[in-house]
Design a protein. Structure first.
Length: 125
């Protein structure tokens, strides 16, 4: 259903570095970058190489928590995101575990990104 998602960041380059480090276990890489008058806009891709996730400059100081969940191929990738997030000093909202209230086999980790968003890695094994 979704083609891409874009979030605003107060420091796009720092946000890109954060996502590339924390979500390396999911194969994240920078796919596109273009300049704007307010700073860069950066498209991040997963293993398919298509920039489904975008980060652009914040247009104001308002903070709006957004929840974004990234598909992990398996539980070990979810655990890898947790390890990388912990090493990066990210706030862990919920350590990896099974969430039976969502559906059997739902295994996810929830972290806070640099702009206060609730970001998840999930495997539906």
């Amino acid at each position: 259903m979704l083609d891409h998602v874009s979030l605003q960041a107060h420091d796009v380059d720092a946000a890109v570095a954060f996502y590339l480090e924390v979500f390396a276990p999911l194969g994240f890489r920078e796919a596109m970058r273009y300049p704007t008058a307010n700073g860069p806009v950066v498209g991040l891709a997963g293993v398919d190489g298509f920039p489904h996730f975008w980060l652009g400059p914040a247009t104001d100081d308002a903070r709006r928590e957004t929840h974004v969940a990234f598909t992990a191929p398996d539980r070990s990738a979810v655990d890898g995101v947790y390890v990388a997030a912990t090493a990066a000093g990210a706030e862990i909202l919920h350590a990896p575990r099974i969430w039976p209230e969502y559906h059997p086999g739902y295994y996810g980790v929830f972290i806070r990104d640099l702009d206060g968003n609730n970001i998840e890695a999930v495997s539906h094994g």
